[in-house]
Structure formats: structure tokens, C-alpha cells
Design a protein around this ligand. Sequence first.
Ligand code: BTN
Length: 161
Amino acid sequence: MPRSIRCLPAAEMVQATALLLVLFLALGAQGLAVKKCSLTGRWVNDLGSKMNISPVNKNGGFTGSYHTAVTATSNEIKESPLQGSMQRSPNQKGQPTFGFTVNWSFSDSITVFTGQCFVDDNGEEVLKTMWLLRSHEENIKNDWKATRVGFNVFTRPQPPE
Ligand code: BTN
């Protein structure tokens, strides 16, 4: 009988099956790869504020710009710089925690944001954040009213139609 149509011996059968299994799992894992959330790029929040984050460096540091849609002051709004840090521990599983500070260039205030970058059930990236906005007070007696707190949700801007 020609070798090609002879039955494979048991050991070779096991080897072939194992090889097929590994191949199947590798392809399957690729197809099911979990989408990661990246901070880099443009974002818009629920107030209409816009933010652009530059690529995160090897230490997790990043910079960017923030254009708020609202202000607690009567000043003209101007684009302001931000500086932040992203947690890079391997436990973050593609949904990293982060914090950043916006040093407002048109007011005496400063805002710190802290949050997490998620991929939602629709596969969309979303930043769930909380913030503290510290205003400047002339008198220590007014310290009690100097800090506002809130939430913002950032999503990727939709491309124009
Ligand atoms: C100021 O009013 O002194 C500076 C602007 C503050 C804007 C705040 S920060 C938290 C909230 N989220 C935004 O996008 N804008 C407001």
C-alpha cells in the first residue's frame, strides 16, 4: 500500500491533533482579541469640551490640550495645556486608569481629573472621569467654597457626515 494512504500511527495522530488544536486556539484567540482603550487622540465630553492627548510615553506620562465648553468665570475661554499620567501595570488589561491636570490659561483655577479608559459593550472607547476644580480665593475664610467636584464622560468625536 502506498505510504500516503496508510493510516497514521497513534503517536503521529496525537501529534497532528495537538498541532491542529494549537493552530485552532491561536486563530481563535486572534479573532476574539479584546480591544484596548487608548488615551491618545481626540475626545469630547458630555459638556461639549474638547481634548487632544499626545502619545503616552514609556513611563506613562502624557501631555495634551483642553478646550472647555464652559467656565465658572466671566473670562474668555482659551485652549489650555494638560499634563497626565497613566497607570502602566500589566493588571490594567487594556483599560488603564489615569489622572491629568488642566492648568487653565484664562483663569486662576486648576482642575484635576482622574478616571479609567474603558471599551464599552459596543466596542467604543470611553473615559469615565471625576474632577476637582479648585478656584483661587483671596481669603482663607473662603476656602470652604473653593472646590467644585463633578463627573465627565469622554467619547471619541463622531466624524462629520
Ligand atoms: C474655570 O472656569 O476657572 C476654568 C474652566 C473649568 C472648566 C470645568 S473643569 C470641569 C468641567 N469639565 C469641563 O469640561 N469643563 C468644566
